[in-house]
Design a protein around this ligand. Structure first.
Ligand code: SF4
Length: 320
């Protein structure tokens, strides 16, 4: 299950829809009490909850209160994705004391300068320091989340892919996830995919794979050359077994279909009612008949090029 507790971000990265002129996200902050309702409804039903997908969770003014509700989820694995810029000493401690199990930080370069090409107004050194604090504290407390680094591969940063392994080691990251940039109309850098240079991309991917194996880092790597439409497998399970919850509680068949008709509101409706709503049933019907939408087709192509299905929730599409 994926959801967002905010509809905002403090950065305007060149690969993100927030960099599109005039982009405005509707919605609101989900209150801690409302988040508690979500946790109670998903307890025993969800095996994993990512409670930030399309927006920055640490911008939530009551993030610490949100964390306090995580025990309500029972055995469910919990995760957030963050740009890391808002981490501070208090937040690092609160996170280590909480039941959060995975913290994924987005870094798009192994150096300050390269990272800054993508992540406008971010502060690489500050983020690395905070990640080192997080790693130190979780070791001292013997409690705290696993750390994942999310790296979006572009022509502009591909040369630093092998060095990302060393960067991960500098703050004890447990996993490095690499994906290709996904095309979003209007984003300054979203058309600069490495897939235009398959030989060089494949060589760098192999170098990173070897370096990670040498040091024992878990690494998830994308394909080096693009898959054709004929090679696509129509195997998306999202609308068959989950839904996406926006920060105002409205639910959709998946993160990418957040402009579809709502399947219900998690504050008001039951999980079963949402799973059987008309708009989610329609998406399933289209999959079963082979008549899938252009959004799904583009999504499948991008995600299978990326090679990591679980990564699909990191980017929202506006192209069609
Ligand atoms: S947009 Fe992508 S994740 Fe969503 S239902 Fe279609 S193929 Fe699945």
């Amino acid at each position: 299950m994926r959801m967002d507790i905010t509809n905002k971000c403090n950065l305007r990265c060149n690969t993100c829809y927030f960099s599109i002129n005039g982009f405005r996200a509707r919605g609101a902050f989900m209150s801690p009490d409302q988040f508690g309702v979500v946790c109670e409804k998903l307890a025993g039903r969800a095996h994993r909850l990512g409670f930030s997908c399309a927006f920055e969770p640490l911008i939530h003014p009551q993030f610490n209160e949100i964390l306090k509700h995580l025990p309500l989820l029972g055995e469910c694995q919990t995760a957030i994705n963050t740009n890391g810029l808002l981490l501070n000493k208090t937040l690092v401690r609160n996170i280590c004391e909480s039941e959060l199990q995975w913290l994924s930080v987005s870094l798009d370069g192994a150096t300050q300068d390269t990272n800054a090409l993508v992540r406008n107004n971010s502060c690489f050194t500050k983020i690395i320091e905070r990640m080192q604090e997080l790693d130190g504290l979780r070791k001292a407390m013997n409690h705290g989340p696993k750390i994942q680094v999310s790296f979006t591969l572009l022509q502009d940063n591909m040369a630093e892919l092998p060095n990302m392994v060393d960067l991960c080691l500098s703050f004890g990251a447990d996993r490095l996830i690499v994906r290709h940039v996904i095309s979003i109309a209007g984003c300054p850098m979203s058309q600069r995919s490495c897939l235009h240079f398959p030989e060089r991309t494949t060589a760098l991917i192999e170098e990173a794979r070897k370096r990670a194996a040498d040091v024992g880092l878990d690494i998830w790597l994308p394909v080096g050359a693009p898959r054709t439409e004929e090679e696509l497998v129509m195997d998306c399970k999202d609308p068959f077994e989950s839904f996406y919850i926006y920060s105002d509680g409205e639910c959709y068949p998946c993160t990418f279909l957040a402009d579809a008709e709502s399947c219900g509101n998690i504050q008001r409706d039951s999980v079963d009612g949402i799973l059987h709503a008309k708009s989610i049933s329609m998406v399933r019907k289209r999959f079963r008949s082979g008549n899938i939408s252009k959004t799904c087709m583009t999504c499948l192509r991008d995600m299978q090029n990326v090679g990591i299905k679980e990564k699909r929730h990191f980017t929202v599409r506006f192209e069609d």
